[in-house]
Design a protein around this ligand. Structure first.
Ligand code: MSP
Length: 507
């Protein structure tokens, strides 16, 4: 333990009207890599993902598929689990909003807000977008009453609902933003949230009478909670809200919510306000990312531009997939995905840089050292590079910048390849000088196998094995595990197949 707060990381819970595509995978792989990084550091880590199963959108998807909403939710939620299993996502908990534990926590938290006097009854009439599960003010709409996100007509809904007194929380929210200036990142997104709050907050309807696919309002069972007020609470349910106060207090508010920019208002305004209304602290960290675009457009069912994880895993393998989404797009801005770009990134970083480093070293060790890897030189020129890279990669992982963390890690791989090219061990006679060069390269491989584990865990475990080490790269905590000089030498180095066979765009 580093004496730092426990690390609790969440993805949004995904709607079960749709099956998982690479936009969902992007957030989930990022959360998984962050969790793995913190586990490598010996931090207490809890990684939560799951599915959002109530609301009109899911009800309509079930109707369209001729089954009950529960059957539909069961089927689609399983698809998310399968996708995450395929991608090696090591979540600690997968929450489904139709579970009893969640219903219990939703009712407990909203009852608390009701008891605190922040919920009242009134009539609501408004323009509603079903895909967003959100009401819009007429001024937010585009063209002829079209939803600004989905570019499709909104619907007129009118009902008697329970309202949350959001307007009373503008000042407390502004005070919280002031006190916790780093809570929402990047800063542009923090400013966007502040802009929404400063514009003035209207009270919001948090229940529905028109459907019964939801969590019943405990003090008025003729209504169910609006899907967003049910969904946001999943983050509290999973750590024991309403059942295990001690557990909840151990994790909350040290959470890191990863969210897409389309759900900023819910996470950066409504959720902190609900928590304040319930007498809890708002979430300590909300990291907002942009869209993964395909051909310049956001992926969606209706745009017919969805790409599914399994399609890419078939070509690039699981680690090739994970590496692409962590390395290619900076966490924050939008980024365009292209198959050609993915092939180039895979060939350059994985096949050529990392794959070649291992295969070159293993080849020479087998030819010139009888397959036994030598120890590194304590004063190798690569020792300083490794120390700098460890510091940089740590800083970037800590600030939720996987792309930069991996760039730093790969700079060590490139330096090691350049070192081999400068020394040409394949031309050197056996002896102490050759041993030092090979030992240094093996030590770089050992350190990279640790630092790259969050991104490419299976490959790193394989490198570990091939350079003769036992256990796994995460057996000892960072930073000590990555200190220069820990590769003991005298271990059997295995040559094996290429880690990442080269690809061509045609293949
Ligand atoms: N169910 C709500 C979230 C509730 S969290 C309490 C929801 N679900 S969603 O499935 O529609 O979207 C989940 C996340 O996936 C959002 O953060 C959204 O931004 C993200 N993405 C969906 N498509 C995406 C891309 N093309 N690119 C990046 N992320 C995208 O909203």
């Amino acid at each position: 333990m580093r004496g730092v707060p426990p690390f609790y990381v969440t993805t949004p819970i995904y709607y079960v009207n749709d099956v998982p595509h690479i936009g969902h995978a992007y957030t989930t792989v990022t959360a998984d890599a962050l969790a793995r990084w913190h586990r490598l550091n010996g931090d207490d880590t809890f990684f939560l993902t799951g599915t959002d199963e109530h609301g009109l959108k899911v009800l309509r998807a079930a109707e369209a598929n001729d089954c009950s909403p529960q059957e539909w939710a069961d089927r689609t939620s399983a698809r998310f689990r399968e996708a995450w299993d395929l991608l090696g996502i090591a979540y600690d908990d997968f929450i489904r909003t139709t579970e009893g534990r969640h219903e219990h926590a939703v009712q407990a938290l909203l009852q608390r807000i009701y008891d605190n006097g922040h919920i009242y009854k009134s009539t609501y009439s408004g323009l509603y977008c079903v895909p967003c599960e959100a009401y819009y003010a007429p001024t937010d709409l585009v063209g002829d009453e079209m939803c600004p996100v989905h570019d499709r007509p909104v619907e007129h809904l009118e009902e008697e609902n329970w309202f949350f007194r959001l307007s009373a929380f503008a000042e407390p929210l502004l005070a919280w933003y002031e006190a916790q200036s780093g809570a929402v990142t990047p800063v542009g997104k923090r400013n966007e949230a502040l802009g929404i709050i400063r514009q003035g907050l209207a009270d919001i309807s948090i229940s529905r009478t028109s459907i019964d696919w939801g969590v019943p309002v405990p003090w008025d069972p003729s209504q169910v909670f609006y899907v967003w007020y049910d969904a946001l609470i999943n983050y509290a349910t999973a750590i024991g809200y309403g059942t295990d106060r001690q557990r909840f207090d151990a994790w909350w508010p040290h959470v890191h919510h990863l969210i897409g920019k389309d759900i900023l208002r819910f996470h950066c305004v409504y959720w902190p306000a609900m928590l304040l209304a319930a007498g809890e602290e708002p979430p300590a960290n909300i990291h907002v990312h942009g869209y993964l675009l395909v051909g310049g457009a956001k992926m969606s069912k209706t745009a017919l531009n969805q790409i599914f994880p399994a399609d890419l895993v078939e070509t690039f393998g699981v680690d090739g997939f994970r590496y692409q989404f962590l390395r290619d797009q900076s966490f924050g801005p939008d980024g365009d995905f292209s198959f050609e770009g993915m092939v180039t990134r895979y060939n350059t970083d994985l096949a050529n840089n990392l794959g070649n480093l291992l295969s070159r070293v293993a080849t020479v060790v087998n030819k010139a050292c009888g397959g036994v890897g030598p120890a590194p030189h304590p004063e190798s020129p690569l020792a300083d590079v490794a120390a700098r890279v460890l510091a940089e990669a740590s800083r970037h992982w800590e600030s939720v910048a996987p792309s930069q963390a991996l760039e730093a890690t790969w700079s060590l791989v490139r330096e090691a390849n350049a070192y081999l090219e400068a020394n040409e061990p394949w031309k050197m006679p056996p002896g102490a000088e050759l041993d030092a060069v090979l030992g240094d390269a093996l030590e770089v491989l050992r350190i990279v196998a640790i630092l790259a584990t969050p991104a490419i865990p299976t490959t790193c475990a394989e490198i570990w094995r091939r350079i003769g080490l036992t256990g796994t790269p995460g057996d000892e905590p960072l930073p000590a595990s990555a200190a220069w000089g820990r590769y003991p030498g005298g271990l059997t180095v295995v040559k094996g197949d290429p880690l990442f066979p080269r690809l061509s765009v045609e293949s």
